[in-house]
Design a protein around this ligand. Sequence first.
Ligand SMILES: Nc1ncnc2c1ncn2[C@@H]1O[C@H](COP(=O)(O)OP(=O)(O)OP(=O)(O)O)[C@@H](O)[C@H]1O
Ligand SMILES: [Mg+2]
Length: 446
Amino acid sequence: MKETILLIEDDRIMRISLEDALKGVGYDVMSFETGAAALNVFRNTSFDLAITDVRLPDMDGFDIVKEITDLNDSPVIMMTAYGTIKDAVEAMKLGAFDYITKPFALDEFMLLVSRALDMKKLREENIRLKKDLNRCYAAPNIVGESSGMKKVFSLIEKVSATDSTVLILGESGTGKELVATTIHYQSTRKDKPLIKINCAALPEGLVESELFGHERGAFTGAIKRRPGRFELAHGGTIFLDEIGDLPLQAQSKLLRVLQEKTIERVGGTGSIRVDVRLITATNKDLEEEVKAGRFREDLFYRLNVIPLNIPPLRERKEDIPSLLEVFMDKFRTRLSRKVRFSKEAGDLLLAYDYPGNVRELENIIERCVTLSTTDVINKNELPSLMIGDSSLKLGSLSLSDVAADAEKGHITRVLQTTQGNRTKAAELLGISRKNLWEKMHAYRIE
Ligand SMILES: Nc1ncnc2c1ncn2[C@@H]1O[C@H](COP(=O)(O)OP(=O)(O)OP(=O)(O)O)[C@@H](O)[C@H]1O
Ligand SMILES: [Mg+2]
C-alpha cells in the first residue's frame, strides 16, 4: 500500500522538487501552497505523514501542527529556514515528530521521512497488539455460580469503575490474583500497565528499592539508577500480593505513598508524582497481624477501603462443575487429549474439600489428564488423599511424595523454632527467603 504524504510549502521550486523526490520513491503526495488549502483537505482525507514549512503566507506552521495532532495520529515534520532551537522546541512540544533546518540535503530529508513513517507503522502495530493482548487477557475466564462468587462478581463490577483501593482476602488458591487481574482489565486503566509484586518473595533488604526505585549509589550494588515498580505502574494498577508479609519499614513508606501520591526513590531527594491504583491481597488475617504488632493499623485502614472476600471452595461446592469444565477444556486442548472422568471419579471430585482450593483442583486435573493412559480417568488415578486413607498403602507412595513430606515436616519444625521468622528460617535451612516462601506456599505451611 502506498503511503500518503501531505506537503505544505509556499516556495514553488522547493515544493516541486520535494514532491518529485517523494513520488520518485513511491509515495503518494498531495502538495499545497497555503495552510488553509491543506487544512481543508486534511480534515476529510487520511494521510500518513504531514510535512510543513514553519512560515507560510497565510498562517503559522505551528497552527497546522496543532490542528493535525489534535485530530490525527500522523506524524508531522517541520521545515524551517529559521533554524532556531526555540522553533524546534516549540514544534516538538506541540507534538511534531521532528524538525529539519533549511537548507538541507535531500538524503537527510528522505531519511527523516522514512523514519517518521516507520514510527507511525510501529505505533499502529503496537496499538493493534495491545488490543489483541487485551482480547486474550481482558476477561480472564473466571467462573462460578455460587452465591458467594456472585457477590464477588458484583463487587468486581462496582470497583472496576472506580480508583478505590481494594483488599482481596481469601485462602491460598481461591483466585485472588485472578480477581485482581480481572479488576484491572475491566477498569479504565486497562491499556496501562498492571504490575504484580509478591511481597513475600522479595528479599527483605530490597523491598523498598523494588517498590520505589533507587538512585545510583544509594546502597552497595546500586550501580545504576532504577525506577521502582510504582513508577513503572504509572497510569495503571499495582497489585501487591501477600501484603501481610510486607516488612514494617516498607509499610510506613507505602502509607506515605498512599497519602501523598508521590514516591521517593531510595537515596533520592525529590519526590515523584505517581498515579497508580492499588490492589492488595493476602491470605493472612490482617486484623490479627495488626493486633500482633506486625502490621500497621493506619495502613490496614487505608488498604481496607473495599474488602473483597473470596470464599474457600469447600463453602461453594456448586462451583466445582463449571471449574472442572474450564480446566478439562484447558488441559485437553493444551495436551491434545480426549479424556473424561469416570462417574465414580467425577463424584469424588465433586465431594472433595480442596484445602488448596481452586488451585488444587486445577493441579489435580492437570495431573490426571497428563498421566492418564486411557480415555477414561478412573477413581484410582486420583490423588490418594481424595480416595480416602484406607487405600493409602505403602506401595502407593512414590519416592517424591515421601521426600516432599519430609521436607514439609522439616520446614515446619524450623519455622517453629524461629517463631515464624522467615529470614532466620531460610538462613538455617540454607535457602533463600524467596525459595522458602515458594516451598511454604507449595506445602501450604502457614
Ligand atoms: N473462579 C475461577 N474461575 C476460573 N479459574 C479460577 C477461578 N479461581 C481461581 N482460578 C484459577 O486457579 C488458580 C489459582 O488462582 P490464583 O492464583 O488467582 O489464586 P490466589 O488466591 O492468588 O492463590 P495464592 O494465595 O496461592 O497465591 C489460577 O490458575 C486461576 O486462574
Ligand atoms: Mg496469589
